[in-house]
Design a protein around this ligand. Structure first.
Ligand code: HPA
Length: 243
């Protein structure tokens, strides 16, 4: 089964033929919302909006462990994670879709391992390449089929949120090598890796990151851009899932 995790702007998956809605209790607590299980583009999928059904859970309070564990319990072995980001480097303009191939984690205080309670030396997993390259290439292929321009790669910086960044923080992230900034792919990506779930992200650039544009950042503009881009994200998901 394929897991789909929706972010800001994707709390509902249009086109999902719902078969079952499942509220799963996990050893780590409750997921952000009941998992929506059904057929999407002819395939079995489990959809979960990471901020909850009505976008009430901020990034630093998401129970990432419960979310990923619930998917694992269902037999999910691939996760496509949709996430909104702020664009930092030139090519990452609002409305652009990118498939990050690296990340830098600046978040703090989040439960970031399933092994916290029973650690042993073998739990230091390899995370050199945090995204599953095969899955990433499948998304790129789907974009080619759909004649959709997406940026193949990029470094995603994970900030703590829920506030947006300062201009100086964004300058620092740029110097560090980040192309885009968001608040949610960690610890999601590493938790998936711990359970051997192939994980890749479709990042939607909602705005230029703080201090890059002369326009003030407003949540209205961010949500407007997300709204305008979600049609493309749905098209991409519909094409990639049967691949
Ligand atoms: N910063 C962090 N996360 C985001 C942004 C941003 O500018 N835009 C959308 N998600």
């Amino acid at each position: 089964m394929i897991g789909l995790i929706g972010g800001s702007g994707l709390s509902q998956l249009d086109g999902l033929v719902l078969e079952e809605q499942m509220q799963r209790e996990t050893p780590f607590g409750e997921p952000s919302a009941p998992l929506m299980i059904g057929k999407f583009a002819g395939k079995d999928v489990a959809f979960l909006p990471r901020h909850g059904e009505h976008h009430t859970i901020p990034p630093h309070l998401i129970n990432y462990r419960a979310n990923i564990w619930a998917m694992h319990q269902l037999g999910v072995d691939q996760i496509l994670a949709v996430a909104s980001v702020g664009g930092i480097t030139e090519a990452y303009k609002p409305g652009t879709i990118a498939l990050p191939d690296q990340l830098i984690d600046y978040s703090c205080g989040r439960e970031s391992s399933f092994a916290s309670e029973d650690f042993s030396a073998d739990k230091h997993i390899d995370f050199t390449y945090p995204f599953d390259e095969t899955l990433r290439q499948q998304i790129q292929l789907a974009a080619n089929i759909e004649e959709m321009l997406v940026i193949d790669g990029g470094v995603y910086a994970v900030t703590q949120g829920p506030r947006l960044e300062t201009a100086a923080e964004i300058r620092r992230l740029k110097t560090d090598g980040a192309d885009m900034v968001g608040m949610t792919l960690m610890p999601e990506a590493v938790l998936a890796r711990e359970l051997n779930i192939a994980y890749a992200s479709i990042a939607v650039v909602a705005n230029q990151a703080a201090g890059i544009s002369s326009h003030p950042l407003t949540i209205e503009v961010i949500l407007e851009t997300m709204d305008a881009t979600m049609g493309q994200v749905h098209r991409l998901l519909k094409c990639v899932i049967p691949l």
